[in-house]
Design a protein around this ligand. Structure first.
Ligand code: UGA
Length: 457
């Protein structure tokens, strides 16, 4: 099938590349001409595992192209995915102006009937507004617009695998023709019949129950409700962690055991400095906003957000208690990205921690396997090094702020030997407290026996 994808951000690029990988002919459009120039020159603007190879192969097979002309993309295919950004507004709601702009362009430019599929995360009832905009601004008589919602559940860092091997595909449709078209689009994944660019062979088919057909409103709600539930889970684990600290239990032991109950599940129970990124925080805000507008008191979610904000306060407080004076001390930071396996620093807890410590006069030196370049645009005068040993040398504390697995494998003895004071504040519960203490570190993490208050008073 021919497919158009509008918006070459994180969702659009991954979706476009993967749709091409499963056999479709895809054009991806973005009105940022410099981004398109880079993509056409083979540069991938984000770090996402497997994405460069998938894009390269799809382009070689002539199944993927890029354009800065949205009208060209509109008339390339009869199925158009909208993947533009929906950033947060001041009041917590989602800014849907880019969605409206795309809908207007589609309406004005379409010469044949279109299925317009929203993939961007949007508040419930946006599909209805898109439909209205398409009708209001439609220019060509006889052109019919159908709207569908097909939310994405991609996690940064594993987005390509998540797209090609989803745990569910949700489609919210207004009629059976739209459902059939979306089935056709995803058929190679449903049948497991495509040459998987990640595994190099065909992959198991999806169970028919994993293709979920709903109304548009339900599909839109499913996305926000999923992300909000994940946020609730993390904040719950973080509160359990606080209790463990106060009462002398170990959060790792507690969450491992509760996660074995299949009704709870083991994931998203990792305690630490809290959730960040461009999705969870903004989706929680947007969902709270939506519930407020609908007259539903979602205090539970507001509390999850509040708990999350307090994580950074607690971490800074811990650093302050351990270091006493922060001003002029060299602090080494391991991790800038909002989570491992991405270069994304948007709403990263690490960035917030650095901003606060700098505000108190700390001299920060920072490392990250992928995110240094992006961090430079926020803190141009921080000292960066790709070498974690370099940032630890002469430091009075090292802070772990992103859960990069490579940090576990560092030569911690060497780091211990090079620090001015062997103080380790692990904001992600990444390392083994007993091991770190046996190496001679003063080591603090969250909700584990090591996490007792630093001073006696
Ligand atoms: C999230 C959802 O997990 C995806 O399903 C969704 O498709 C995506 O948002 C989206 O809306 O596009 P992502 O933003 O990639 O994905 O990040 P997550 O893996 O959810 O992690 C979010 C934050 O929570 C990170 O800062 C991570 O470090 C933190 N986290 C995660 C914890 O603090 N504890 C945990 O147990 C898990």
């Amino acid at each position: 099938m021919r497919i158009s994808v509008i918006g070459c951000g994180y969702v659009g690029l991954v979706s476009g590349a993967c749709l091409a990988a499963i056999g479709h002919e895809v054009i991806c459009a973005d009105n940022d001409a410099s981004k398109i120039r880079k993509l056409n020159a083979g540069e991938i603007p984000i770090y996402e595992k497997h994405l460069d190879a998938v894009i390269r192969e799809a382009r070689q097979a002539r199944r993927l192209s890029f354009t800065s002309s949205v009208p060209e993309a509109v008339n390339f295919a009869d199925a158009i995915f909208i993947c533009v950004g929906t950033p947060p507004l001041e009041d917590g709601g989602a800014d849907l102006s880019a969605i409206e702009a795309v809908a207007r362009t589609i309406a004005a430019e379409a010469r044949t009937s279109k299925l317009v599929i929203e993939k961007s995360t949007v508040p419930v009832q946006t599909g209805g507004e898109v439909k209205r905009a398409l009708q209001v601004y439609g220019k060509n008589k006889g052109v019919k617009f159908t709207v569908a919602s097909n939310p994405e559940f991609l996690r940064e860092g594993t987005a390509v695998v998540d797209f090609l091997h989803p745990d569910r595909i949700v489609v919210g449709v207004e009629d059976s023709a739209a459902e059939s078209k979306l089935r056709e689009i995803y058929q190679p994944i449903l049948d497991g019949k495509f040459n998987c660019p990640v595994h190099g062979k065909s992959c198991p088919p999806l169970a028919s129950s994993q293709f979920i057909v709903t109304t548009m409103n339900s599909a839109e709600l499913i996305k926000h409700a999923s992300n909000s539930f994940l946020a609730l889970k993390i904040s719950y684990a973080n509160l359990i962690s606080d209790l463990c600290e106060k009462l002398g239990a170990n959060v790792e032991e507690v969450t491992r055991a509760i996660g074995m109950d299949p009704r709870i599940g083991p994931q998203f129970l990792r305690a630490g400095i809290g959730f960040g990124g461009f999705c969870l925080p903004k989706d929680v805000q947007a969902f709270i906003h939506l519930a407020d507008k609908a007259g539903v008191d979602f205090a539970m979610l507001k509390e999850a957000e509040r708990v999350n904000k307090r994580r950074i306060d607690a971490f800074i407080d811990r650093a302050r208690r351990a270091l006493w004076i922060i001003k002029d001390k060299k602090i080494g930071v391991l991790g800038l990205a909002f989570k491992a396996n991405t270069d994304d620093i948007r709403f990263s807890p690490a960035i917030e921690v650095i901003a606060r410590l700098r505000g108190e006069g700390a001299r920060i030196s920072a490392s990250d396997p992928e995110a240094i370049e992006r961090a430079k645009s926020v803190f141009p005068d921080v000292q960066y090094s790709a070498d974690p040993y370099e940032i630890a040398r002469g430091a009075e504390a090292v802070l772990i702020l992103t859960e990069w697995p490579e940090y576990v494998a560092l030569d911690w003895q060497r780091i211990h030997g090079s620090m001015l004071r062997p103080l380790l504040l692990d904001g992600r519960n990444l390392l083994d407290p007993a091991k770190m203490e046996s190496l001679g570190f003063e080591y603090y993490s969250f909700g584990r026996p090591d996490s007792a208050p630093v001073t006696a008073n």
